[in-house]
Ligand binder design. Structure first.
Ligand code: PEP
Ligand code: MG
Length: 324
């Protein structure tokens, strides 16, 4: 199936209306890196850093992490890489961390909450990232930000580490971009100042959808109950795109749905211009985006919404059937 899209590898994801969408890949393992070439990804939109912490029985050493992050940056050959700081806690317990008993782990002490309360590991990780950048550009994003202060504090921690590295005489990133993952509905309604302070926003659709519909992403009974193309969810995406447009904040989407062609096309129709997905999805998503007029898709979506539909999927499928 990959060969089918090989011819598209060096083509842009440009829709019939002329709109271009950047397609990036998600990664988390060294084994993912060769896909950077094969998939035609414009960069790594999400590098999940959990695995290096979960597969050992003690905290990884800063030097080892820095070397590993540097391999990722080098493999990208100048294309952007966005590292997400450690997203663990509750269900994803590190073997060397005391387990907390929490009745609702997904809503519990995890990700940035843990990073801010127990700063040692995050500090070390931030140092490793700065060293890996080795005087080149560095993009870092913090997971699971639910309110402005969490982002402000996390950003402050990173700037403290930059200052520390400066004092130590180490090279500083030539360009530092600090972003937030938007994974809780609350952040979509944060003050304007949040959107101004963030250098970029990345929508973590897996978590955002779970919290928006109050449906556990791990629970087979409810997981598929709510369509991603539900008019309410698309309205939320559209709202986030508008908030970001007001402040000129770049926004992308990096949840699994970005790798589903119809969903990806609808996100692009809602105004998203950057999508990050598993490498194997880049070909199929690009193939579809190149065949549609996103303005038309947007009109179909809005019409379906105004008609009282629950999901825009039937209208979109019908439209695609008619336009070939
Ligand atoms: C997400 O929540 O959409 C996301 C990209 O992060 P993860 O799947 O690692 O929680
Ligand atoms: Mg998430």
């Amino acid at each position: 199936a990959q060969e089918r899209y090989a011819g598209l590898r060096d083509q842009p994801a440009e829709a019939l209306c002329g709109t271009r969408v950047s397609l990036l890949m998600n990664a988390g393992l060294m084994a993912d890196l060769p896909s950077l070439e094969g998939s035609g990804a414009e960069g790594v939109g999400l590098f999940r850093t959990e695995l290096q912490f979960l597969t050992r029985n003690k905290v990884p050493r800063r030097g080892d992490l820095a070397a590993l992050y540097q391999r990722v940056i080098r493999a990208a050959k100048g294309r952007p890489v966005t590292f997400r700081t450690l997203d663990i806690g509750s269900d994803k317990v590190l073997p060397y961390m005391k387990r907390e008993d929490e009745p609702n782990p997904a809503l519990g002490w995890r990700a940035i909450r843990l990073g801010l309360d127990k700063p040692g590991i995050m500090r070390m990780q931030l140092q490793a990232l700065i060293r890996a950048a080795d005087g080149g550009p560095l993009n870092v994003m913090f997971p699971f930000i639910a309110q402005f202060d969490e982002f402000r504090e996390a950003r402050g921690r990173l700037l403290e580490e930059i200052e520390r590295e400066r004092k130590l005489g180490h090279p500083l990133p030539s360009k530092l971009q600090i972003g937030a993952m938007l994974e809780t509905p609350s952040l979509a309604f944060a003050p304007r100042q949040f959107f101004e302070l963030a250098d970029f926003i990345s929508i973590g659709g897996n978590d955002l959808k779970q919290f928006f519909f109050a449906a556990d992403r791990e629970n087979e009974r409810v997981r598929r109950r709510y369509d991603t193309l539900n008019v309410s969810f698309l309205a939320l995406i559209e709202h986030v795109v508008e908030r970001c447009a007001e402040t000129g904040t770049p926004v992308s989407f990096c949840g699994e749905d970005a790798g589903r062609p119809i969903e990806a096309m609808c996100f692009a129709a809602m105004g998203l211009r950057s999508l990050s997905m598993r490498p194997a999805s880049i070909g199929p998503v690009k193939h579809l985006i190149r065949r549609v007029d996103l303005k038309e898709a947007r009109r179909v979506i809005h019409e379906a919404r105004d008609s009282g539909a629950q999901s825009v999927r039937p209208a979109i499928m019908d439209w695609m059937g008619r336009t070939g």
